[in-house]
Design a protein around this ligand. Sequence first.
Ligand SMILES: Cc1ncc(COP(=O)(O)O)c(C=O)c1O
Length: 430
Amino acid sequence: MDYAQFSQNELIKMLDNERKAFKQVQKRGISVDMTRGRPESAQLAVSMPMLENAGTYNYVEDGVDARNYGQLLGIKSARELYANLMGCKEDEVIVADGSSLDLMYTVVQFAMQFGVLGSTPWNKLKKVKFICLTPGYDRHFSICEHFGIEMIAVRMRADGPDMNLIESIVRDDDSVKGIWCVPKYSNPSGITYSDKVVERLATMKTAADDFRIFWDNAYLAHDLYDDGDRLKNIFDVARKAGTLDRVYAFSSTSKITFAGSGLACFASSQSNVEAIAHELFFKTIGPNKINQVMHVNFLKNLSHIKEIMRKHAEILRPKFKLFDEKMTQEFEGDNYVNWSKPRGGYFISLDVKTCAKRVVELSAEAGVKFTPAGSSFPYHIDDLDENIRIAPSVPTLDEMDYAVDVLISAIKQARMELVLKKIYHFDARA
Ligand SMILES: Cc1ncc(COP(=O)(O)O)c(C=O)c1O
């Protein structure tokens, strides 16, 4: 809908009607917090057998008692399982406690304080910069802000990051030490990197020898459909190119079993694994291996993980579909409203030109909370004020139905207000 074609009076009337309709919608009295991509209860129930069977598992593996201290890098079977998931070798894996974000923070902290593989500690340098893909995962950007790492925003394209731009940035500037990547079903765009992008990232020339790709493969098993996206194995490419030290890969079972109570993983070259283990030694005597035994017994192998993820997909898919159907009905062909149609992961990325903040604000008035507009950008600056991250996992279907009704009305109102202000200099919010 091009609201600019209406007169001021027509628009004021239309806005008034929309506001009345909005009040009617609100009578359903639902409130939904979609600020983060939390699994819903039905998904958590999928993994309850793991806890119910906890007493039946064998906690002694090859003479190692998982109930005791030790095994800094994780138990053998858990490292094996993760090596299969990540597509690397068992001795290239550290299996740690519940959160991959914790591991990412720790690894950045180690680099800042101690350097990587003998390089100058990053906090001794005048400047450290990371490339941050936009829209991207807000928590990656928070880590950078926390450590005073300067963020260079680079736009995502349909096949992953803009590689021409990235190659030109890292080739000449040795203060650029890292890039955050969510290579499969990116948060929030849902994009999976093409083979070419993976190859270029692994092989590009970097001015900094201690440049690292923070490969956050959080959604490696999170397909919504049986024919999920396929991501090229960066370990294969980097191994062949002799750049394996460049890859710092992460993942977790937060959205396979239990968020915050699963297993997290770091995978990289053996040299990096040894270097990180050297620092971890001072931090802990070993991870929660009881949880590792439980996960290995429950998850079993890749094909069983696929089966478990199919159950999650059955719960998630209808909510992604409902969003797409309702938005298509309302905004199909509308240049001002665009949204992603991911085949996996946890998010839909919605663009509403120059009125994202207002849409989030209006939705909150009807009890529907989205991540604050701008969160998916470094320093929370979305120049175009257009991006909103939608987390369909959180609401039930009924709540999702309500949330999209609220969102649609909020978008219409925000756009009418915008046109009234821009064209007629009339402040409809006053
Ligand atoms: C891309 C990405 N990485 C990491 C995380 C957090 O993972 P964990 O629970 O393992 O800390 C999330 C959670 O939403 C995420 O979207």
